[in-house]
Design a protein around this ligand. Structure first.
Ligand code: SF4
Length: 262
């Protein structure tokens, strides 16, 4: 979903998702190019596999008690034909089966109560300035209640790479997930977790009051930059995936962090 700014009763309302906030934290120029200008990610095999596996897991969670011998038919019913190029389809199907089996193993070993899968959440507008507000929205892969009453937001990864605990804690996407769940589920103790279905590795954080306050400050700054159209360029390994990399001044001027001129 593209970032949009709408004038409502003389107030500018910014709409931001966790994915957008994550990209903003990587580089404002990347964020600006990809979302503000409406250029979306070019789908890759990995991103298409991720989308397919998320759909299948949501179907698995809805069809409680699917036996392993029925995985093939569940995947077949929820497999979107034509999403992959022909040569990739069988490979993706086989990987999806393996990752679904990994998820089924997880479900057998955990005691959480799954509340929602692939659930869309949106906050009411939150004031961030005299004439500015922000609406946070996004899809949460899975929401569950743990035995100790905490709400767990689980983000499934089909790749092997996860952030460190420090990176996840400080990612503005984590703040957005936290605020989405706090509003929708009236929750106070919220765990934001990522799980690699490929390796079984997991990283999770629980924002304390200081973490929420620092995260909100980042979101206020992001909203300010959105309205002011004021982004800095921060070169990193992410430049390899950035749609601006052919023309980006930061790369043309030797990888220095560059402030955009007024
Ligand atoms: S190429 Fe790199 S520095 Fe330039 S906008 Fe993209 S991510 Fe930022």
């Amino acid at each position: 979903m593209a970032v949009s700014t709408l004038d409502i009763a003389e107030r500018v309302v910014c709409r931001v998702t966790p994915a957008q906030a994550h990209v903003w934290a990587l580089c404002g120029g990347f964020f600006h190019t990809q979302y503000r200008s409406g250029k979306s990610f070019i789908p890759t095999y990995s991103s298409l596999l991720g989308t397919s596996v998320h759909e299948i897991i949501a179907a698995f969670d809805q069809a409680i008690g699917v036996a392993q011998e029925d995985f093939e038919s569940l995947v077949g019913r929820n497999w979107r034909a034509g999403r992959f190029v022909k040569d990739d389809d069988q490979r993706a199907l086989s990987e999806a089966m393996t990752l679904l089996a990994a998820y089924a193993d997880l479900r057998r070993s955990e005691t959480v109560q799954v509340l929602d899968s692939e659930v869309f959440c949106q906050t009411r507008p939150r004031t961030v300035g005299a004439r500015q507000a922000i609406v946070l929205s996004g899809r949460i892969d899975r929401v569950a209640r743990r035995d100790d009453g905490k709400i767990e937001l689980l983000d499934f990864k089909t790749g092997a790479v996860l952030p460190t605990r420090h990176e996840l804690y400080n990612d503005p996407a984590t703040t957005i997930y936290h605020l989405l769940a706090a509003e929708r589920y009236s929750a106070q103790r919220i765990v934001v977790a990522q799980l690699s279905l490929r390796t079984g590795a997991r990283v999770e954080v629980e924002l304390d009051a200081d973490g929420v306050a620092a995260g909100k400050e980042r979101l206020r700054e992001m909203a300010r930059q959105l309205v002011a159209d004021d982004f800095s360029l921060t070169p990193s390994a992410s430049c390899a995936f950035c749609p601006a990399r052919e023309t980006c001044p930061a790369l043309l001027f030797g990888g220095e962090t560059v402030e955009r001129p007024l």
